[in-house]
Design a protein around this ligand. Sequence first.
Ligand code: T1G
Length: 696
Amino acid sequence: MNDVVSYKRDGEIGVITINNPPVNALGHAVRQGILDALAQGTADDDAKALIITGGGRTFPAGADIREFGKPPQEPSLPDVINQLEASKKLLIAAVHGTALGGGMEITLGCDYRVALDSAKMGLPEVHLGLLPGAGGTQRLPRLIGAKAAMEAIVAGKPMKAAQLQKMGVVDKVVSGDLMAQALDYARQLVAKDAPLRPVRDLEVKAESADIFSDFEKSIARKSRGFLAPFHCIKAVQAATESSDFEAGLKRERELFAELLKSPESAAQRHVFFAEREVAKIPGIDKKTAKRDIEQVGIIGAGTMGGGIAMNFLSAGIPVRVLEMKQEALDKGVALIRKNYEATAKKGRMTSDQVEKCMALLDTTLAYDDLSEVDLVIEAVFENMKVKKEVFGELDRVCKKGAILATNTSTLDVNEIAQSTKRPEDVIGMHFFSPANVMKLLENVRGDKTSDEVIATVMALSKRIGKVGVLVGVCNGFVGNRILHKRQHQATQLVNEGATPAQVDKVLFDFGLPMGPFAMADLAGLDVGWRIREGLREDDPANAPEYNWLDALAEQKRWGQKTGGGVFDYAEGDRTPRPSDVTAAEIEKYRKEKGIETRDVSDDEILERCLYVMVNEGAKILEEGIAMRPLDVDIVWIYGYGFPVYRGGLMFWADQVGLDKIYAKIKQFHEEAGEDEWKPSALLEKLAGQGKGFGDL
Ligand code: T1G
């Protein structure tokens, strides 16, 4: 045994306890410790049965993910579980917290399972691009049937104790003191000479021959580009094809090994750690004091303001919304209620929960009513003059220590902060539309924003269910700044001869939820057009040139909301269809510009759209707008649907190879001469050293 696994006997019951905080991950020392403790319990003649449990906050939450990619160390987890299952003494798993992955697989190697009512168990390996590799794909079907096991493993979601009891996985659900009741239960089993129940001895048959192919078809769209879901199905199918358990374990191990070395799993394991790492701010100790946020003020009850408010209401935080007119307030409140009721209709919340959220919502027409809020977020019109007026009022009415946040997506947070007497309390909180749905929250640190405000807002991000990423001040911060470069390349490619549909297909096939033009139609062509028109009025010399997208916007072809934009949309159908009007405008533009069109290859489309993003990401890192490559990865995964099985923009670039990307960027720069193709110095350096962003 060792200090991460202990054995002690309580009366006639031996207890094996795993103590490897924070989540009792099943690293090498734990696996060895379990076997040592099992040997001790087996040799202990006074122990009539054995309990295995987790110390601290949870039963083991799985294999130690950090060990993957390193040389495997015996004993392997499958071997540990096989030895638990072969024990001649009754083995009872006592579960609390979240028994996930290998943790749940350990329980399946036991004869009985007792769980605390608040406990959850699940096999989430699929989200790491893996499959349950310690017998889970062979034992779970034997307990709950092939179809249910396949669905549970591909969903990869934790399941509640009561649900697991109904499914036949958990034998007893207890509340209160788990250990006392697990000991009791073990004694009862001993007293009635309960039999050993190795799960491997149970039979499993597929409910029908088609369940596997039918299920594959049903997940095809959602699992597009992923590898693991389909390997999970194959592993469960193997369990039904032979009663030889060892043969099934062998097939499981083969499929697991294929996944473990796949780029998809490396990417998904990177994302697992990256989405936790983003919450850690270098230079700001996690013990930095955080302010209490008990009441929030929102300025603006429009789509954004209402969506932002919902995040806090759903987290149980009272919100006071301010508008200039009662009618706007009424409209905003009605929209919030409508959104909640739509969620309730989908069964994702109860009507009581809707009323609870709505009861936390308050409205006002007077700034003075915001004097007691702890945080104010403004979501007013994207105009610096308007924002400064709002912040001037907030500076006047808000209490000392209140955090003043702007939801701006393009304006200079420093300039806004300077319009107050408390720049250290000003921060950007850039929500993505729809604000109550999108997980990404770019928290924008101004030059004077205090560490305490940053720490408070980063912790608050998690509390309201967002993935908060701390970014610096520049136009578009991280996400939109990269997006604008891609949109520009996409438009250039069409000017040169590609079609919008071709560009969109290349990026959709890469794994993005939609292509650049379908995305523009979703956001609304009028949004960009108004900004460009504003620039053409204010600063004609430097404004972006007029192009076919402007021509479409002028005809009120604003996208999905007007039934047509770059693409046409049939009534009630969001499927983008190529439009003759757009083709004519593109043709007209090319003629005016004297452009000699050419065939543009899919490869060129992919390289130009994605490499310009990588180059901009590198410049963002150079300028310190993003702190680490993983911050850029997380922004694009959670803000724009960058495929998680590619790990994020910078992780993917490393997998392609920076030398290859740099060479192409240099070529594009020579050909186009455009500033955005000027290679990033950081990229040039890393490529020259044969390194990747991951080496930073
Ligand atoms: N391995 C290594 N580190 C882990 C870990 C794991 N399995 N789980 C969590 N951590 C770290 C995490 O990085 C963070 O570290 C800290 O623990 C707290 O985590 C053979 C192959 C259990 C629900 O996928 O879902 O078993 O940032 O911030 O919000 O079939 O952690 O503090 O340095 O997430 O309370 C399968 C993954 C593995 C479960 C707790 N298991 N973990 O959530 O805390 S593969 C999983 C979680 C496997 C076998 C297969 C969550 C949690 P740091 P946290 P939390």
